[in-house]
Design a protein around this ligand. Structure first.
Ligand code: PEP
Ligand code: MG
Length: 799
């Protein structure tokens, strides 16, 4: 690269520094991607915080002025590692002199920004990668941003941003792509820090239902971080696009705000007093102005957008309303790809609300309500496909009815109740824990169930009468693509992604999902629907084979469909009240005050009463593995409390011909805290654990998992630190003995934060509901990559 050419190129001073209003989207080369975007927004009339851009030419001029091209080239050839070169080059840039011409232009541009406000301002200094480097910048996180920079610090921070081009990771990445480090330049955006009175985000669609007729603004006092980072429940303003009318406003109890503290020179969190906390943080006028800007942005980009905004304290309306960042909205856009019509069919906010509850299985349905309180009610036989089942609570007897229901609403139950789990597996919208649905909804009343938000409306408030399930379905419509090719499109993860399944018949529906096995096969479905009789009753009448055959048949259906991937079959985990409902069960099951913590799981198998039935369960497994050759079937013991009972149960199983070996794994559920406390002892007698977070949360926190009251109060929460810490300890103890840990409770299917925690804690596999398989796999892949990169960087630094 000749210096002669370079000096010529900068002979025009105009494009060393540009005001944001001079930039358009085609100027990525000069202003970088970020600068070009800001310019583009300005050109369509969207207000962004005042800014200027030091172009790539300014950087080139700086390098040339200090003879840095040669020095950098020498450093590159004399350094042994990228880290060494990176450190040296960064120092070269930071120590070099800012040419007088450039520094006076920078200060002049800065003074002009300040003049607009009438006082000396703080600025953000951000890197803006040019076309050649955009990919590296996003891969290597080379997106240095310095906030709250004063005039005195400005030149140094600009140099810091330039130096960031030579981060070791960015250099490594360019090297792997064969890109010459010296061929890359970046621009720098210098932008007024918004002194924000209020800030937040807005979406050009309804973020809950995906309805594109609305703009939703979320707002809090202070900086936008509190809203973007989900630290508060923000105020909400819903605006109809066609009329720019505010159709819904909600003041929330916001509790805190984040502001910049000039003395401490950092952002601080301030607790709001009661009054400010409950005061609407945005006026109607401001909300409507924001909505206008949102419309312009959406029109320009021709897609739903996710926009960060702020209202500046230093300026007056409407000059104080700024857009800070705009990007395509992704959640609904990708959902739409999975289920094209969900947004159009989603519920509007109008309509009379009948009841609310917990949205346990997402989706929307319209239909006739049928109030059925008892499964023996003759009305059951008249129940038509697509009608909406309204009941107190379901249990396994209800499954045949649930299968044909358009939606399910229950009075009782939390997010892990029977109704919730089964509905998710069947892909049927469900609202649980409504408390009073059976009282308020009338029989045969036409209702709309919005199980995305947990609301039941009177009448038809949808545009179509179809049921829309939000369950993810892989895109199997691509003609001529084999399942193998389709599955290879999903990321490979070191942490295995398993799927939970109980209903053998639905396996065909989920075969194209990218799961590595079934991490929990609940057999209660097979027993209540296929066998229907209590096993002890069958023994009594001399027809025990029925139990063994049907159970084997159900398990084999799944195991053969996904062979050779493993199926972890859990021995029966009915509670006494549930067993009692099986035909002939009355005679064998006691009345218990608390069946949830009663005669359940292993305590049954080792009791002289149930042991013969447990032997039938073991016989069924043996039949599948040996007669049918499905060696991919493993077993799992539920509700394990002590090592002695487990040892006893394993012995009975062994007597039935099932011995642990390299292709027959025996797992236990970790759901009673004693298993965590004595994890090392348990690890000595099993091959693996699977965390039953539904029960583990219940028993660790002492919170009835089916109590909708406690769920509403926020007590039932698997993300509680005590639960997470238990899982972490279990993983550590199990790994000490070379045993694996999985999880099959509901938590990772619903909480991305739990997935992240588990992967970072080193879990071996995660088993989720069918609707969560794709997303969890993607999320796990990205967390794993992050861990690998961090480790890589750490090692290099330590060298
Ligand atoms: C659990 O407890 O997390 C679990 C998966 O088992 P179940 O929900 O069947 O009790
Ligand atoms: Mg459990």
């Amino acid at each position: 690269m000749g210096s002669f050419l370079l000096v010529e190129a900068i002979s025009s001073e105009e494009d060393l520094i540009l005001d944001v209003s001079q930039v358009t989207k085609d100027m990525v080369q000069l202003a970088g991607g970020k600068g070009a975007n800001l310019g583009e927004l300005t050109s369509i009339g969207v207000r962004v915080p005042p800014a200027f851009i030091l172009t790539s030419k300014a950087f080139k001029y700086f390098l040339e002025y200090n003879n840095l091209f040669d020095k950098i080239r020498d450093t590159l050839s004399s350094s042994e590692t990228s880290e060494e070169a990176s450190e040296k080059i960064k120092q070269l840039i930071k120590n070099a002199k800012m040419p007088d011409k450039l520094s006076s232009m920078i200060y002049q541009a800065y003074d002009e920004l300040s003049k607009k406000v009438g006082k000396e301002i703080l600025v953000a200094v951000r890197s803006s990668a040019t076309a050649e480097d955009i990919e590296t910048a996003s891969f290597a996180g080379q997106q240095d941003t310095y906030l709250n920079v004063t005039k005195d610090e400005l030149i140094d921070r600009i140099k810091d941003v330039w130096a960031s081009l030579y981060n070791a990771r960015a250099m490594e990445y360019r090297k792997s792509k064969g890109i010459d480090d010296l061929s890359i330049l970046i621009a720098v955006v210098v932008q007024k820090m918004v002194n924000s009175r209020s800030a937040g985000v807005m979406f050009t669609l309804h973020p809950v239902t995906g309805d594109e007729k609305y703009i939703m603004i979320e707002s809090n006092w202070g900086l936008g971080e509190s809203v973007v980072g989900g630290k508060v429940t923000p105020d909400e303003v819903l605006i109809e696009k066609s009329t720019l009318r505010i159709v819904e406003k909600k003041v929330s109890n916001k509790n805190i705000k984040i502001v910049y503290d000039k003395q401490l020179k950092k952002n601080v969190t301030i607790t709001l007093d009661e009054k400010e906390s409950r005061l609407m943080s945005i006026t109607d006028e401001e909300a409507i102005e924001l909505a206008k800007l949102a419309l312009k942005i959406e029109e320009h980009y021709k897609r739903p957008m996710d926009i960060e905004w702020a209202i500046d304290n230093d300026l007056s309306f409407p000059e104080n309303i700024f857009i800070v960042q705009a990007r395509p909205e992704t959640f609904w856009s990708s959902k739409r790809k999975e289920n094209k019509n969900i947004a159009e069919k989603s519920a509007p906010i109008g309509g009379k609300v009948l009841v609310r509850g917990l949205a346990a299985s997402p989706g929307i349905a319209f239909g006739k309500a049928k109030i059925i309180l008892d499964i023996k009610d003759p009305k059951v036989h008249e129940f038509q496909k697509g009608e909406i089942l309204v009941t107190k609570m379901t249990d396994p007897d209800w499954v045949p009815l649930m299968k044909i229901a358009g939606a399910i609403i229950t009075d009782e139950g939390g997010m892990t109740s029977h109704a919730a789990i089964v509905s998710r597996e069947l892909g049927i919208p469900a609202i649980v824990g409504s408390r009073e649905a059976t009282k308020i909804i009338r029989d045969n009343q036409e209702i709309t169930v919005d199980a995305i938000r947990g609301i039941v409306y009177e009448g038809k408030v949808l545009q179509t009468s179809e049921t829309v399930s939000q369950q993810a379905q892989p895109s199997i419509g691509i003609q001529g693509i084999s399942r193998e090719v389709l599955l290879s499109l999903y990321p490979v993860t070191a942490t295995k992604i398993y799927m939970n399944l109980g209903e053998p018949d639905v396996i065909d529906k989920y075969l194209d999902l990218p799961f590595d096995g079934i991490g929990l096969m609940r057999i209660e479905f097979i027993v209540s629907e296929w066998v229907r009789y209590h096993p002890l009753y069958l023994i009594k009448i001399g027809n025990a084979e029925l139990f063994v055959d049907k159970l084997a048949e159900g398990i084999a259906k799944v195991a053969s469909a996904i062979y050779p991937r493993p199926v972890v079959v859990r021995f029966s985990d009915f509670k006494t009240n549930e067993y009692k409902k099986l035909i002939g069960g009355e005679e064998f099951e006691p009345d218990e005050r608390n069946p949830m913590i009663g005669w359940r799981g292993v305590s049954r198998y080792v009791s002289k009463e149930y042991e013969p039935a447990f032997r039938l369960e073991a016989k069924a497994i043996r039949k599948v593995r040996e007669e049918m050759g499905l060696k991919n079937v493993w077993v799992m013991f539920p509700f394990v409390r002590t090592t002695w009972e487990l040892e006893k149960a394993i012995k009975i199983m062994e007597e039935e011909g099932l011995r642990r070996d390299s292709d027959f794994k025996v797992w236990i559920m970790a759901e009673v805290p004693s298993v965590v406390v004595l994890a090392e002892e348990f690890a000595k007698i099993v091959d693996g654990f699977s965390v039953g977070s539904n029960d583990l949360a219940q028993l660790t926190l002492g919170v009835d998992r089916d109590s909708e009251l406690l769920a509403r109060m926020g007590y039932y929460d698997e993300r509680d630190p005590a639960v997470l810490e238990s899982i972490r300890k279990l993983i550590k103890a199990a790994h000490k003995y070379g045993k694996t840990v999985s999880i099959c409770g509901q938590a990772p299917s619903v909480y991305p934060a739990v997935v992240e925690y588990l992967v970072k804690a080193g879990i071996d596999s995660i088993s989720v509901n069918p609707d969560a398989v794709i997303n969890v796999r993607r999320q796990v892949a990205s967390i794993e990559q992050q861990i690998i990169l961090r480790n890589l960087n750490g090692k290099r630094k330590n060298k």
